[in-house]
Design a protein around this ligand. Sequence first.
Ligand code: DX5
Ligand code: ZN
Length: 217
Amino acid sequence: MPHKIAPSLLSADFLNLQADIEMINNSEADWFHCDVMDGSFVPNISFGFPIIKQISVLAKKPLDVHLMIVNPDKYISQVKDAGAYMMNVHYEACTHLHRVVHAIKDAEMKAGVTLNPHTPVSLLEDILQDVDMVLLMTVNPGFGGQKFIEHSLTKVSRLKEMILKRNLNTLIEVDGGVTLETGKRLVDAGADVLVAGNTIFSDKNPAEMIHKLKSII
Ligand code: DX5
Ligand code: ZN
């Protein structure tokens, strides 16, 4: 299956969000990536569920919601209500991750588990069979436009090996510092979904950049 592209709206123009949503609707992008930050789990605050709900009114592609917040389990019904297709929670934010993953599925969303750069993929051994996607942070979460962490490539390869060895369908998504150059190496290592914010929205032709990211082989 060709890799998916999920533009991160964090880098979109919030004074003209409708135009950016329509650009994504009409592009080769697969998902909308929505970053929720609480100023506690990460040192930044972005936007919350009312904004995502508004986005879902115009978005014609699935919403991939990335929660960089403490206690994400408290918000499962709100995330569902906001129109999410995929709910990503951080491994580091969930004491009872198995319970949270199953509650997300019970709410009829896909369940994603996100790892910070320092968290080893081996810690997923006993939950991998229950999750639809693993989101590997390839920068420290909190801000767009940061530099890609090289060691992420080793993590993608290791995780891909774990998935293939067990014959699972779990997707691998990568988030942070994705460019045409790092994107190619990530896809080669086994990434299924590329999130990109700065690379897409700082380009003078964002739809064309989405096309280029999608055309990576
Ligand atoms: C970072 C967010 C990312 C961010 C990626 O904490 O999770 O989704 O928007 O931005 P870029 O692609 O600019 O690194
Ligand atoms: Zn993200």
